[in-house]
Design a protein around this ligand. Structure first.
Ligand code: EPU
Length: 470
């Protein structure tokens, strides 16, 4: 039998190794590939009921960074991208780029990428399986090399996540697609030729599909018109980046984007937009469990639907004059609300889980319907373990507010579901342990450090059994 002393020493030794590994990672200027298997073993212990106060700075957007990093493959000249959040998804992308043959340096939020002639047009399942957003390598690889081999992404916990629209778009530009051994093998030996493509699927326009088509079209012959384009700010940020590289893109942010193909792109410097979903998450934290929080480095236009909903639900939301900072305070008489997720400028699917946590402790009955990912309700069963009253049926959650939640061991299932659990834990009575913290680390930069600075009692510790319940 293994003694308690031994287990205690093992736990201390593992913590020491974890700290050592983190120290090595932080002190290393170049990106190192193997760090994340170590970070996946963390859990977050949250002591609920401590009011947050003060101010927090929002990091650069993860979802804007990912396609922009991939777009660095479009030129052999160096690009320098600032405010790339240090989260595992951006690091996976940098890892893939470096394995394809690009030179990648990362130093305090700025990434320099140079993709010389001869980089690989093929990525392995091992390289891309950790991140669905690796699909956005398709556009740049096709534009630069006229061929690529990429593993077909599998399903995912938030839904089916097909790539039919990405493939329809690249075929429309003249490429041939076949599936072999789980890979998409895509070729356009005579190059890509511009045309008109509609990017609307059954659940609205596709964001990364629009990105892929824009990136494929920038070096294509002639003009490409994207109808029913995604209008998300991250698409606009990518278009701005590509235009700085010499592309000719008009209309990003509207329903129709026109891309006039050019011969060649060059290097440039770019700063990524603020992460609107991180901003929205802190706004919900402020409404749930604060004495008032100031959230800096935001863009008012990008978070308007989130601000409007909080105001409708009785909370105070005040922007500064230029809309780069927002103050949020819990309302004295909070009200229930309704969410119908929609493509931008509608309410984002990436915020419904966090709002569900807020509705769980708001008097009255709230309704959340996700039209984009109707299966994205994994957080609800964990919130119910904390005392929430939620019924989920056919892509809709009906939440009856309770007086309070109580801390419990819970399991993170995806990025935004984990954020909802953290918010619930901050507001709950007692201690919550959130296992599988690697989901949070995919998209929230230094979340625990930021919360600590605001007065939360949170502690990241090594999770030796990974929270396994099987
Ligand atoms: N869809 C198709 N066919 C396709 C592509 C998409 O039917 O070929 C469907 C999807 O199943 C979904 C809808 O279209 O029902 C919209 O999906 P979209 O393609 O827009 O999603 P995405 O581009 O893969 C990005 C974000 C997601 C965010 C969605 C929706 C990145 C890296 N990811 O994904 O972010 O939820 O747009 O806004 O930008 C997150 O950050 O937690 C996250 C999941």
């Amino acid at each position: 039998m293994v003694g308690r002393d031994f287990l205690g020493r093992l736990s201390e030794a593992s913590s020491f190794i974890l700290q050592l590994a983190r120290g090595m990672l932080e002190s290393h200027q170049f990106y190192q590939t193997s760090s994340f298997s170590i970070l996946t073993m963390d859990k977050l212990i949250v002591e609920g009921g401590y009011k947050l106060s003060g101010s927090v700075n929002i990091s650069g957007s993860k979802n804007a960074s990912l396609p922009i990093l991939a777009a660095a493959l479009l030129t052999d000249e160096p690009v320098r991208i600032s405010r790339v959040p240090d989260v595992s998804d951006t690091n996976y992308m940098l890892q893939i780029l470096s394995q394809l043959g690009a030179s990648v340096e990362r130093s305090s939020g700025t990434v320099r990428i140079e993709s010389p002639e001869g980089i690989s047009s093929s990525a392995s399942y091992e390289q891309v399986r950790k991140m669905r957003a690796s699909i956005c390598l398709l556009g740049p690889m096709m534009a630069r090399m006229h061929r690529c081999t990429l593993p077909l992404p599998g399903g995912c916990v938030i839904g089916d996540r097909p790539v039919d629209l990405h493939l329809r778009a690249i075929k429309a530009l003249g490429a041939k697609v076949r599936v072999k051994g789980g890979n998409m093998v895509i070729e356009a030996p005579d190059g890509l030729v511009g045309t008109t493509v509609d990017m609307r699927g059954d659940n609205g326009p596709t964001v990364l599909g629009t990105d892929n088509l824009m990136m494929a079209a920038v070096l294509a012959q002639g003009t490409t018109v994207i109808e029913s384009a995604a209008r998300e700010p991250e698409v606009v940020d990518l278009a701005n980046f590509l235009n700085k590289m010499g592309a000719r893109i008009e209309g990003a942010g509207s329903r129709t984007i026109t891309i006039h193909g050019v011969e060649k792109l060059h290097g440039c410097d770019h700063t990524v937009i603020p992460d609107r979903i991180e901003a929205g998450t802190f706004m919900v934290a402020a409404a749930m469990v604060s004495d008032g929080l100031t959230i800096n480095r935001v863009c008012r236009e990008h978070i308007r639907s989130m601000a409007d909903l909080l105001i409708e639900c009785g909370h105070t939301v005040q922007f500064n004059e230029d809309g780069t900072s927002v103050y949020v305070e819990p309302g004295k008489n909070p009200r229930s609300g309704k969410i119908l997720t929609n493509p931008y400028p509608g309410y984002p699917t990436d915020m419904q889980a966090q709002m569900t946590a807020l509705f769980a402790v708001t008097p009255g009955i709230s309704v959340v319907k996700d039209t984009i990912f109707p299966q994205r309700f994994m957080h609800c069963s964990e919130l119910k373990r904390m005392g929430a009253n939620i019924k989920v049926d056919a892509g809709t959650a009906i939440i009856t507010g309770v007086e309070g939640l109580s801390g419990a061991p819970v399991m993170a299932s995806d990025l935004r579901a984990s954020a909802a659990l953290v918010l619930a834990a901050l507001a709950a009575e007692g201690t919550t342990e959130i296992h599988r913290l690697y989901h949070i680390d995919r998209g929230y930069e230094m979340l625990d450090e930021k919360l600590l600075c605001l007065g939360a009692k949170v502690q990241r510790v090594l999770d030796l059994d990974g929270g396994n319940v099987d």
